[in-house]
Design a binder for this molecule. Sequence first.
Ligand code: GLA
Length: 685
Amino acid sequence: MKSMLSALLFSAATAILPITLSAQATSYPDKPPLLLGAAWYPEQWPESRWDADLSLMEAAHINLVRVGEFAWSTMEPAENQYNFAWLDRAIALAAKHHICVVLGTPTAAPPAWLTAKYPDTLRVDENGVRDEHGNRQQFSFASTRYRQFAHDIAEKMAERYGHNPNVVGWQLDNEYAAPSFDPEAKAQFHAWLKKKYGTIENLNQHWTTAYWSQTYDNFDEIPVRQEGENPGLLLDWKHFVSDTWKSYSENQISAIRPHADKRQFITTNTMGWFDGFDEYVVHSVLDIAAWDDYVGSQYDYIDNGARHDLARGFKNKNFWVMETQPAFVNWRPVNAAIDRGQVRDMAWQAIGHGAEAVEYWQWRSALNGQEQYHGTLVGADGTPVPVYDEVKQVGEEFEKVGQALAGTAPQSAVALINDYDSRWAINFQRHNRNFDPVAEMLAFYTPLRNQAQAVDVISVRAPLDKYKLVVAPGLNVLPQDVAAHLLAYVKQGGNLVLGPRSGMKDEYNALHIERQPGPLVDALGGRVEQFYALDNAVPVNGELGSGTASLWAEQLSTKSPDTHVLLSYGPSNGWLDNQPAVITRKVGKGSITYVGAWLDAALLAKLTSSLLEQSGVRPVLQNVPEGVEVCQRTGAGKSVLVLINHNQTAAHVDLPQAMTDLLDSSHVRRTSVDLPKYGVAVLEM
Ligand code: GLA
């Protein structure tokens, strides 16, 4: 299995994704097309209670539970003494209630006997402090011994449930997050560097260690830190962490896959914009992407939609929402609930962006434990809390329209690049503390999503041929092979947009010896003369209108007569006065545009609108009121629109043709829809 998997892997540092991926629906012959679920912890309750819980779930049209991801001490109460009888019965009882199961491997919460007997399996933080029992995620992701235990428990589970018809898939661990700085992890990092660089001289050269006498004589001397170090070291540490989470996953996959039916997927649950490791590297060994969709108290539907698109881009196909909040969480400074109606709104947004399952965390709070205040679907007394009815409505609706959505997925002509190397490189040295790479991605995503009504968020190494417009907001790290990949896209007629700070660094996080955008200077016929962090906004104007730049402004120049200035700076610090801020050039059948400034939202919207028009991208629906989101899923000969009114007031939407209202039981045909506050319409075109 391992060799087959590794054949499919791409090495983060060098390769373009080898396989041609296209957006597609995931389908599971043994499950309803849309799943509604809850995280259920039978090990926390007397068995006499289970039937009541499952009955209440069934009544809410819940047809999926995730079970087991923190239950190691119940599954293996003492070393090599297993107890799965309770889990057998829990899965069987769920089946009786027509509820299928995702099994979590319990490795995010090792039992006390394990870490007491083998303290070397415990995570060590950057300051050398070893974790202890009582919380979770206290293991070292690099520990050989821990991986052996993880392999064994995963294998035991797979032997037992790999052919269980009611188990539809596997979640590895839970929310991979913190790396470890224990001696074994450090030694592995040194070995990883040795493998990558071959000789210490090679490393010294790429990291320019002559600077501050950093020159190393051998790999063991290299410090293991994630802050304040040489940028080359910092980037390599992130690559090492990504590879280590990948091999952490492969370890469990190699335990499960030989015993599991092919229909059972293997995934893990991820955390939106979290940048602790490169998600594309880790997802190269997973079957589907799944993420935990939490908005806390503020449902910003644009940001949340972008995070769905990000998750879809991990495998370039439909994904699962493995966890979402039943109105409120317990980990914000103020855990206000989102409004009544917004839980349903969020569920439909997930589906609109390509989710095939929406699962609430959690069904019921443990009577004790760290999360007593978190939102649930039933209370401490085991009866429904108010949000239960809203979830039940979602369940009824999923059942109604599931078939119409089967085999469909969002399709987009626009891609936004999410590049971890660049995000890390910028975050290591922001230069302007307010320059947040994710905020910059969202600055571009917002008008693109509003105007085109569909955006894929993808790796810069993904195939680009199907896109009319590719926008890389801050592609700070631009290795030669990636530049060649982008140039090939442009030469085939693609329209490429680079945002501020692009093309500054190579894959070692060293400065390119050309000015920005480095290897793309010739194609652009222009370059960055100097970059400036801004503490005050600077005027910007040109053929697209007038506005301002803030946070960041690059003084551009044109070198080629056919490179065209779209926007220039007005009077400001003298350096920028009257200098180009945005330049563009036709290259072959395509174009390259360089945006050197963090533009204000209105001016950026004018720019993206002109770029979309030039690229021939049309929205699905015209004249949609602000705050109404349009999502389209197509495939299997079908085209379904999900319209969501995120506003607190009603909205009216005219349709270009009569469409069937799938949420209406009589399937009425409509040429317009009236959406109440937080209202949803699902329409078949
Ligand atoms: C994460 C975890 C869950 C739970 C929720 C609470 O997503 O995966 O176990 O702690 O947060 O919001």
